[in-house]
Design a protein around this ligand. Structure first.
Ligand code: DGL
Length: 315
């Protein structure tokens, strides 16, 4: 098979990486993916760097055995802790979500005061800060771990009084004390809370991102391809400039990662020019294929018919 027609490996600690996969489906309709969700070992966000690297290497071995042409680490935690470990294993392009997210935040901020929310491991790694400071040395970066958000999303509590309470507990200091103008949603699950977060903290986000289903919207999505209008709307940068004083721009790294993937595939001469259908994608999990299918369908409105079980000791 020509290299251009090989699949892209995408992995995450579980279901959350589907928010990244979805941006790939929408924006790169000629690319097929092989997705691995490590549902047996999620969450990664409270684990040590060594463990996250070990898990990421195992999954990478599996994806490489499937002859993928590129790998997307669709997990902020694994991107923050294991990007180099994965890159050391292969010559194919490997993209994480952190660097594209940092770049989008730098282009969005006016004041240079940028907040990042993510898992404890992502925030402790300091990788978002490092990329931001490389691109914008004068930036002031404020990180906040918001571990409960993952569980609230997985419970489907997207707009719930408990979620609203946690948004204020986690974010009020970033807004009122640190005075950020830009907030990176630095965890795969957080884009699903963006409407509630935006409402509670006075945030704005791109019209493109708003099309994804979340607490406010029930946008239909078959996961197949970007509509022309949506792609054009998102084409600017995946973020929206704040429309008024005091608004916080919410950055979704999933979108900018898909854009980065598109650029890298072109640079390496690996981009496919043949449209794929949704059934060309393959999905593997390390536990609970039915739960994965249900989350994809109920929370993300993605209909995934086939999900295969691939136990971690078989990786
Ligand atoms: N996928 C993880 C991330 O983006 C969130 C879930 C976890 O802790 O594993 O950081």
């Amino acid at each position: 098979m020509e290299r251009n027609h090989l699949p892209i490996g995408v992995f995450d600690s579980g279901v959350g990486g589907l928010t990244v996969a979805r941006e790939i489906f929408r924006n790169l309709p000629n690319e097929k993916i092989i997705y691995y969700g490590d549902t047996a070992r999620v969450p990664y966000g409270n684990k040590s760097a060594d463990t996250i690297k070990r898990y990421s290497r195992q999954i990478t071995r599996f994806l490489l055995s499937k002859n993928v042409k590129a790998i997307v680490i669709a997990c902020n935690t694994a991107s923050a802790l294991a990007l180099d470990a994965v890159r050391e294993m292969t010559d194919i392009p490997v993209i994480g979500v952190v660097e594209p997210g940092a770049r989008a935040a730098v282009s969005a901020t006016s004041s240079g005061r940028i907040g990042i929310i993510g898992t404890s491991a992502t925030i402790t790694s300091g990788l978002y800060d490092r990329y931001i400071h490389e691109m914008m040395p004068s930036a002031q970066v404020f990180g906040k771990a918001c571990p409960l958000f993952v569980h609230l999303v997985e419970e489907g509590m997207l707009d719930d009084s408990v979620t609203v309470e946690m948004i204020h507990r986690y974010l009020d200091d970033l807004i009122k004390t640190d005075n950020i103008d830009t907030l990176i949603l630095g965890c795969t699950h957080y884009p699903l809370l963006r409407s509630v977060i935006a409402r509670e903290i006075g945030g704005v986000f791109s019209g493109y991102a708003k099309e994804l289903p979340d607490a406010d919207s029930a946008g239909a999505a078959d996961g197949s391809a970007a509509s022309g209008a949506a792609a054009a709307e998102g084409a600017a940068d995946g973020i929206a400039a704040a429309e008024g004083a005091g608004k916080i721009t919410l950055v979704n790294p999933a979108y900018t990662t898909a854009m980065e993937l598109s650029r890298v595939l072109k640079d390496y001469g690996l981009a496919s020019e043949t449209p794929v259908s949704f059934s060309d994608h393959q999905f593997y999990v390390s536990d609970g294929p039915d739960n994965f299918r249900a989350f994809a369908s109920e929370i993300l409105e993605l209909t995934i018919d086939d999900v295969s079980l691939m136990l971690t000791d078989q990786l």
